[in-house]
Design a protein around this ligand. Structure first.
Ligand SMILES: C=C(O[C@@H]1C=C(C(=O)O)C=C[C@H]1O)C(=O)O
Length: 104
């Protein structure tokens, strides 16, 4: 017999939406990383630095504004961006290393 407590229909509906939203976020992040991978290759080929702090400053301001409008904590939005950008820059550094190793 099923001993688990009954799950309220509203809880199940909310969890279904949460699962859909998480799936959408994963797909969007995958697309974002596809773009940034290509940016990393372009930067390596043109000897541009992996990080662009001026661009990041503009992105932080923009995301904080969007978060405020959407009633999301702007500090959380900024932390999210910093987390993602840190990973992107790691990839860009690796792309630059790979290219310079290939060039010998
Ligand atoms: C993707 C880029 O490289 C880095 C990563 C960024 C990002 O993930 O949004 C933004 C700026 C750069 O530090 C870029 O320069 O556009």
């Amino acid at each position: 017999m099923d001993q688990s407590p009954p799950v309220l229909p509203e809880l199940k509906n909310l969890r279904d939406s949460i699962d859909n939203i998480d799936a959408a976020i994963i797909h969007m992040l995958a697309e974002r990383f596809r773009c940034t991978q290509r940016v990393g290759v372009l930067k390596a080929e043109h000897k541009l630095p992996p990080a662009d702090p001026a661009r990041e400053t503009r992105q932080v301001a923009r995301l904080r504004e969007l978060a405020s409008t959407a009633q999301l904590d702007p500090d959380f939005a900024e932390k999210y961006l910093a987390f993602v950008v840190r990973e992107v820059i790691r990839y860009h550094e690796a792309a630059a290393r790979e290219l310079s190793e290939k060039a010998g």
